[in-house]
Design a protein around this ligand. Structure first.
Ligand code: DHB
Ligand code: MG
Length: 621
């Protein structure tokens, strides 16, 4: 299917937007009127620029407040339209979008609206142009797609058809059930956007909070499948009004947009193969190989934080299991949990952070081809000193994602790059190590406010993960939101955290904290070993336990053990969750130990504000 994007989605001048759309691989654009009016380029010049860039101009929009106004205003509106048709001829735009009127002059008369749109379509047809009529969710009299379809039907003009916009339909809880009776050739244009489910004025919601598909809560695959089943074969066109994207670098936003469309098409093929068959893309990305879990997580450490983190890992029962043959990287291991400490970047400063995630997979080459198809260039496979070849890509947040062939110890496996000490390495995945840690439960990466939605879509689509949990909570230094993505087997879980508002300079919390959570089958046994070995555990406020008692009334002995071991607790209808933390090590890293009981699939988000306050207290003590 052809892929298009409305220029309103991107920041910058019209020229910036066109260049970004073309660079990201879009086939066409919807030219937004305001972008054109503000441009120093003539419509002819814009047309030539689009042609140079290989972009078609699919739509000119929006033409507002046209229909159902009566003869005097109708004549004026037609004159206005003729001027825009002149422009569209120069621009090479074949179709004009007319959105339903919000004018107080419009009257509630479908026959009048149909008659006036018929007259407009007649003028358009005389020039070989078409008109697509779109119901805005806040239109004065026409605010549902069914109503706009009825007016298009009554007008009965071949140059007049329908523009469907997922936001206007889905924001109102509408569905496309009735579309099956609507002639497919009358479906002129399809605009797509996602959005978070919010309870607010629909115009505000639309103008500020739309997202690219896959970043919000709408079921766009189901929506598009209906439209395709009804016979639509025009472009899939993104139309997103979003306060953040409006000020983001357009190249990066356009790549995010394209990734969202590719992922949507993939969802469509997976969940609605009948509809998708008509539009299958031969260059579609290969499916994500099933992840086998975390092969390792690598931390970049500095001269001070490196020894501090190594000491903390040792106190947590990790063994120093190996040293890289050619780089200053140390391998620490316990059970199936492997952490690499890379001090090679120390010259860059003391910033301590998650530098890489490594996912085990049976097919690293396919994972790399998928990344490329999702506009994330893979690094050339690095030749390890022992002949291993590691495939990796850079996430937009700078984290490197490695794809490691499963079986690290097999010949050619990545462990071959390490001189092994013989310690720790002996305890295979799934078997508890010294402190009972069995593996990595999840990794939490915080994202800058402007890139939160991009990051969640990126990790999801790259690794074939599904959105799992969304949480929003009031932390001591501002609101935080958190979104978890995981594979169906829950072997790779990533939690992405961000602030709900762009953060000011006052907030004294840990800047962009990141953490690795290790799994245990017995949190109290683990916590006691950690304490005996002097791990830097985080003390939790007494108030927390008093409140826990009031809220959930845990067994008194259990509560006492939690107090003693600084273990936090949550439960839901599926099971229970116990977790405990270390202090912050270096600038922004800490560790967590978690025990899941039953089917609890969350992350104890309810306790995050308490943890943040405790981290703050520990750092200022
Ligand atoms: O917010 C608007 O005015 C507006 C304009 C054109 C569209 O296609 C649309 O969906 C919304
Ligand atoms: Mg629209």
């Amino acid at each position: 299917m052809r892929r298009s994007i409305a220029t309103v989605c991107l920041s910058g001048t019209l020229e910036d937007k066109l260049a970004a759309a073309a660079a990201a691989g879009f086939d066409g654009v919807e030219v937004f009127e305001n972008d054109l009016i503000a441009s120093p380029l003539t419509p002819r010049r814009i047309r030539a620029r689009c042609a140079e860039l290989g972009l078609s101009v699919d739509l000119y929009q929006p033409f507002r407040d046209f229909e159902a106004v009566g003869p005097r205003l109708h004549e004026r509106a037609l004159r206005r339209a003729e001027r825009k048709f002149d422009l569209m001829e120069q621009l090479g735009a074949p179709m004009m979008l007319v959105c339903s009127s919000v004018s107080p002059d419009a009257v509630d008369d479908d026959d009048l609206a149909a008659g006036e749109l018929h007259a407009l379509a007649e003028r358009a047809a005389a020039r070989g142009l078409k008109v697509a009529y779109e119901a805005l969710a806040w239109g004065r009299h026409v605010d549902t797609w069914e109503h706009s379809a009825e007016i298009v039907r009554r007008a009965g003009h071949p140059a007049l058809g329908l523009c469907l916009d997922s936001f206007h339909v889905l924001s109102r809880g509408g569905d496309l059930g009735a579309l099956s009776g609507f002639p497919g050739e009358k479906l002129f244009f399809l605009q797509l956007s996602d959005a978070p489910w919010l309870r607010m004025d629909v115009l505000q919601w639309s103008r500020h909070y739309r997202l690219f598909p896959g970043q919000g809560g709408f079921d766009l695959a189901a929506f598009v499948s209906r439209v395709l089943a009804a016979g639509y074969r025009g472009p899939l066109s993104l139309e997103v009004f979003n306060d953040v994207f409006r000020q983001s670098a357009p190249d990066r936003a356009a790549v995010d947009a394209m990734r969202s469309l590719i992922t949507l098409e993939e969802d469509l093929g997976r969940r609605h193969p009948e509809a998708a068959a008509a539009v299958r893309d031969p260059a579609a990305p290969p499916s994500a190989p099933e992840p086998a879990g975390y092969a390792f997580v690598e931390l970049a450490v500095g001269g001070t934080s490196g020894p501090q983190i190594a000491q903390a890992l040792a106190a947590m029962g990790f063994a120093h299991a190996g040293r890289h043959r050619s780089r200053p990287v140390e391998l620490w291991q316990q059970g199936g949990a492997r952490v690499l400490l890379d001090s090679g970047a120390a010259a860059a400063g003391e910033r301590t952070e998650v530098s890489a995630l490594a996912v085990g997979t049976g097919d690293p080459a396919r994972a790399a081809r998928r990344a490329e198809a999702l506009l994330t260039p893979a690094h050339p496979p690095a030749d390890g000193s022992a002949g291993t070849r590691l495939t990796s890509v850079n996430a937009p947040d700078g984290t490197r994602v490695f794809f490691c062939r499963t079986g690290a110890d097999a010949p050619g496996g990545w462990l071959g790059d390490f001189l092994l000490t013989g310690a720790g390495h002996a305890s295979p995945a799934g078997l508890a190590g010294l402190a009972g840690l069995t593996g990595i439960d999840h990794v939490a990466l915080s994202q800058p406010f402007d890139f939160f939605d991009e990051a969640t879509l990126f990790y999801r689509s790259l690794l074939g993960l599904d959105p799992q949990h969304d949480a929003e909570y009031a932390a001591p230094f501002g609101l935080v939101r958190s979104r978890a993505v995981a594979d169906a087997g829950r072997r790779v879980r990533i939690v992405l955290d961000g602030t709900v508002l762009r953060r000011g300079t006052w907030a004294p919390g840990v800047p962009d904290p990141q953490h690795i959570a290790f799994a245990t089958d017995d949190i109290f046994a683990t916590a006691r070993v950690l304490r005996e070995r002097g791990a830097p555990l985080l003390a939790v406020s007494e108030n927390y336990y008093d409140d826990l008692d009031a809220r959930l009334a845990p067994d008194p002995e259990l509560l006492a053990a939690m107090r003693e071991c600084h273990v936090l607790y949550d439960r839901d209808e599926h099971g229970e969750f116990f977790h405990t933390y270390t202090a912050v090590l270096g600038s922004r890293i800490f560790f967590e130990v978690v025990q899941r009981v039953g089917g609890y699939a969350g992350y104890g988000a309810v306790n995050a504000p308490v943890r943040m306050a405790a981290h703050h207290a520990a750092r200022t003590a």
